[in-house]
Design a binder for this molecule. Structure first.
Ligand SMILES: [Zn+2]
Length: 313
């Protein structure tokens, strides 16, 4: 009788580990270093070892374990095939089969942003829903799409790459993906700063933002909340880009709710209301008035999503 499962959220620096009950309670969490030496060849055996150590420490019997959910920082197909993962030095191989062989447990693998979206749907900002679109506004813009409880990974595992939806055909600067006009160029923390600089250069509107040497996304949001005109113009532009992109996503997957996470989401309801306002300007009639929520699991979203992946619907 299964009572437990593991979630492993793999990043470029650490692998976050979680031991869960099958009901979804996080019993223990810890981290191991991501060993990127020798093409990352030790990473999976390190994960297998730390799981075996935990099983021994907690005196758990192996037949009480449902399995392991693992997420990786790159595209991965539903059956666990990673076509190279530059962040950890991996070339192409089937990660699911490799970790199953090392542990003897059932394994499911997903992309990290998609796993975080599943985690938020299950126990976080999207709780109570089974179809959500998650957008993470951090240094970049990440995303994940969950429909009827399933991750939409797509043919090559690139489903949910919301940050690289084109929202401007006129952009002249390049995105990290080597194209121009991606959502990430405007709606990430770095995108907000860049937009702020552009607004300040092209208009004379007075604002306390002009007295700050290195304006941050938080500065822009804080002054926008206080009612500063220029800061609000900047955030209106940013949220217009977001609302535009999300209205188009809604035409494809029609989720129950949008969940907004990442550092920028600390602005809370103020941000949600602005995104929702612009979303409704662009949204197809049947997709209007969606729920917008803030993500709640922060850095634990990945391990929750990994656990849910292996527990199933
Ligand atoms: Zn891009």
């Amino acid at each position: 009788m299964s009572k437990f499962c593991f979630g492993a959220d793999m990043g470029g620096t650490t692998v976050k580990m979680g031991l869960f009950t099958t009901e979804g309670e996080l019993l223990d969490k810890w981290e191991i270093v991501t060993d990127k030496t020798e093409g990352g060849k030790n990473i999976l055996s390190d994960i297998a070892n730390t799981i075996n150590d935990k099983i021994a420490e907690k005196n758990i019997s192996k037949d009480e374990i449902t399995g392991i959910g693992l997420d990786v920082p790159g595209p991965v197909t539903d059956d666990g095939y990673v076509n190279g993962c530059v962040n950890v030095g991996w070339s192409a191989f089937n990660v699911r089969e490799a970790l199953e062989k090392l542990t003897g447990f059932k394994v499911r693998v997903a992309n990290d942003a998609n796993a975080a979206a599943l985690g938020e749907m299950w126990q976080g900002g999207g709780k109570g829903h089974d179809s959500i679109v998650m957008v993470t506004l951090g240094t970049g813009v990440g995303g994940g799409i969950i429909i009827n409880g399933d991750i939409v990974a797509g043919f090559k595992g690139a489903g949910g790459e919301i940050g690289h939806i084109t929202v401007s055909k006129d952009e002249e600067d390049y995105c990290n993906c080597k194209r121009k006009g991606c959502l990430e160029q405007y709606a990430s923390a770095t995108g907000i700063v860049k937009s702020a600089k552009r607004f300040m250069a092209k208009c004379d509107t007075p604002s306390p933002l002009r007295d700050i040497e290195n304006v941050t996304a938080k500065d822009v949001l804080d002054y926008a909340k206080e009612g500063d005109k220029l800061a609000n113009d900047i955030m209106d532009f940013v949220c217009d880009c977001l609302g535009f992109a999300l209205s188009n996503i809604a035409c494809v997957v029609d989720p129950e709710a949008f969940v907004i996470g990442g550092g920028v989401s600390k602005a809370g309801k103020f941000l949600l209301d602005k995104i929702s306002h612009f979303y409704n300007i662009y949204a197809f009639d049947a997709c209007k008035d969606k729920e917008f929520r803030i993500a709640t699991l922060e850095n634990d979203a990945g391990i929750y999503g990994c656990a849910k992946m292996i527990l199933g619907k």
